[in-house]
Write a protein that binds this ligand. Structure first.
Ligand SMILES: Cc1cc2nc3c(=O)[nH]c(=O)nc-3n(C[C@H](O)[C@H](O)[C@H](O)COP(=O)(O)OP(=O)(O)OC[C@H]3O[C@@H](n4cnc5c(N)ncnc54)[C@H](O)[C@@H]3O)c2cc1C
Length: 581
């Protein structure tokens, strides 16, 4: 590191990495329980941005009467093909209604029917799970973020933006701090925290739909500090319009929208006569890929079956979607009247840090919340993310407060280690020479390795092996050649390093799970493992390398037996054969 770089030191009781839904909720709950203790949120985005929530529709899932937690739990055990951590999910669902009431108390409004009841939208052919749409279509999430930020201002929480964190500092097995740099000024930061919460979001591949910031450093940093990871084989391949960004399919399918192929066929009804198009996007995406492979693309989004009075839920009133909508109308395209071409797009990894119900990880002092922790096996119901991030954030705020009450004071930071980590973070700034690469050049190659449909959607062994070889080559030959001209590009460079980390684990985990279950489809292993549901978690092997450990889901100890699987509603292989014939 150059000697003229200014080093800032910040000491805090609670350090939160990431100021999205989970981080804001964690700070809110912790400050309620421990007023007067210092809380610092650090985010690589702008200080007031609020993570992906700012882009979100604001749809929220909550178990409200007459529904019961047990009914929702049964739906999720079925939906996740048995890969549901039942005690964790039960705890989350039990608190979901309280968080929704909190939002209402904070001034966020949910949609009501003309007779005054909360409007709900059923999800993906599930009997009980439903979402409650935000009143301000297009701005619901933004208002949620603002309402939380206002509370944190009152509570005196410090929020620092534009600081990218690169490493945790660990002493005697306990996380005691983190280091990073300001991506505008280039100044260095050394944070010391009594307790630390990782709320850094998912890993991802920098695609559209607002998914530019989740790049996986949170996962990489936690793993390097000794935490375990889980669910890395599950990624989200979202469907979106080919020519512009849009969100809203979560509402549209349950209400009657559908994809049709070039021949005008409602093809999902062929793959699942029971669920048809009202299914999880993971399964729709498989259908889209098979249709295109069979030469029946492009895929068109058909909104003609939608009922007029449901349209009010879909038309954005304000926010980025309204801007998009108005611009498109000016160009002569009305999303709600005209059919548009949609494509599958790999967006984020569903995996994350392995944590207990209370958010504790394998490393003392480090807690995880929100999408930074593993929670979902690759299927996605609308409103689930804002609910689980609010609840896990709230819970981890409590965990950190309880932990800090009992914990010894954090040991002093190891100054040499902090400087060595900063040196490593800044090193690419000095790189010059004809053989250097920009982060974007390397990112494009990583994307080219994982985006092909046989690596991300209809996976198979040889294609995954091919992708792994290419990622290993990129890691060995190209990551070390990346250079950054300034601190902004240094941020991009570290993001690409994290994307390489997540990409490799995604492919390795996909090779390890030799079955098809929940959000993981292996064309060469099209059936579920008869030994029953199991997770694959990742811990450090002897050489510090990632090692996959199979852990059977202990269904016999839990409340809900596995009597049916969502996946049984589909038969892609047979349907494809019939269509070919
Ligand atoms: C367009 C869109 C619409 C959506 N609509 C809905 C909806 O209606 N309902 C619903 O339930 N969900 C919705 N979602 C999903 C939901 O918004 C997110 O899953 C949720 O907000 C994630 O919260 P989080 O706190 O876990 O992570 P994030 O929001 O990703 O926050 C993580 C934060 O950590 C920061 N960070 C990461 N790494 C570092 C680092 N190294 N150093 C410093 N900071 C770092 C990031 O900048 C980010 O601000 C939507 C998402 C999008 C993009």
């Amino acid at each position: 590191m150059k000697s003229d770089v200014k080093i800032n030191r910040v000491e805090t009781d609670l350090l939160i990495l990431g100021g999205g839904s989970a981080g804001l909720w964690a700070a809110h709950r912790f400050s309620e329980l421990m007023p007067g203790r210092k809380v610092t949120i650090v985010d690589k985005g702008p200080q007031d941005w609020g993570g992906l929530m700012t882009m979100a529709g604001g749809d929220f899932e909550a178990v409200l009467p007459p529904d019961t937690v047990d009914e929702w739990l049964e739906d999720l055990v079925y939906y996740f093909d048995g890969l549901c951590d039942q005690p964790l999910m039960e705890a989350l669902l039990a608190r979901s209604g309280d968080r929704m009431r909190d939002y209402e108390r904070f001034g966020c409004e949910f949609f009501h029917t003309p007779d005054g009841r909360l409007k709900s939208v059923p999800q993906r052919g599930l009997p009980h799970v439903k979402l409650y749409p935000a009143q301000q279509k297009g701005r619901g999430g933004e208002l949620m973020a603002k309402s939380l930020v206002a509370r944190l201002k009152d509570a005196g929480v410090t929020r620092m933006g534009r600081i990218m964190l690169t490493d945790y500092l660990v002493r005697d097995g306990r996380v005691v701090g983190a280091v990073g740099f300001h991506c505008r000024t280039g100044e260095a930061y050394i944070f010391k925290g009594g307790a630390i919460i990782a709320a850094t979001g998912m890993g991802g591949w920098k695609t559209s739909y607002g998914k530019n910031t989740p790049t996986g450093e949170g996962m990489q940093m936690a793993f390097e500090a000794g935490a375990e990871l889980q669910d890395l084989e599950f990624c989200r391949v979202w469907n979106m319009p080919r020519l512009f960004a849009w969100e809203g399919q979560t509402h549209l399918f349950p209400l009657g929208a559908r994809f049709v192929n070039r021949l005008g066929e409602n093809f999902m009804s062929r793959y699942s006569p029971i669920l048809g198009p009202n299914t999880d996007p993971h399964f729709t995406t498989i259908g889209m890929a098979l249709e295109i492979r069979a030469g029946r693309g492009p895929i068109i989004f058909d909104v003609s079956p939608l009922r007029g009075d449901d349209m009010i839920l879909l038309k954005p009133q304000t926010g980025w979607q309204k801007l998009n909508y108005d611009k498109l109308c000016k160009l002569g395209l009305d999303l709600f009247k005209d059919n548009t071409e949609w494509v599958p797009q790999m967006t984020v990894s569903h995996g994350g840090i392995r944590a207990g119900i209370d958010g504790s990880t394998a490393v003392a002092g480090l807690f995880a919340a929100g999408t930074a922790r593993s929670l979902e096996p690759g299927v996605y119901a609308g409103g689930f993310a804002l609910m689980t991030t609010a609840v896990t954030g709230h819970m981890v705020g409590e965990t950190a407060a309880a932990w800090l009450k009992d914990a010894d004071a954090a040991p002093a930071l190891d100054e040499d280690e902090a400087m060595a980590r900063l040196d490593r973070a800044y090193a690419p700034l000095g790189r010059t020479g004809a053989d250097t690469l920009t982060p974007k050049e390397v990112l494009t190659k990583l994307q080219a390795a994982v985006f092909p449909y046989d690596v991300s959607i209809v996976k198979n062994g040889p294609a995954l092996e091919r992708a792994l070889k290419e990622i290993e080559r990129i890691k060995a030959e190209e990551l070390p050649r990346m250079a950054a001209a300034d601190s902004h590009y240094l941020l991009k460079l570290h993001e690409v390093n994290a994307i390489a980390f997540v990409s490799e684990l995604y492919v390795r985990a996909s090779l390890t799970r030799k079955e098809t279950r929940a959000g993981h489809f292996r064309e060469d292993y099209p059936h579920m493992d008869p030994a029953g549901p199991a997770w694959f978690f990742i811990r450090h092997g002897a050489e510090g390398q990632p090692e996959f450990v199979r852990e059977r889901v202990p269904l016999e100890k839990w409340k809900v037996p596995l009597t049916r699987c969502y996946q049984d509603n589909f038969n892609f292989v047979a349907a494809e054969e019939t269509a070919k014939a």
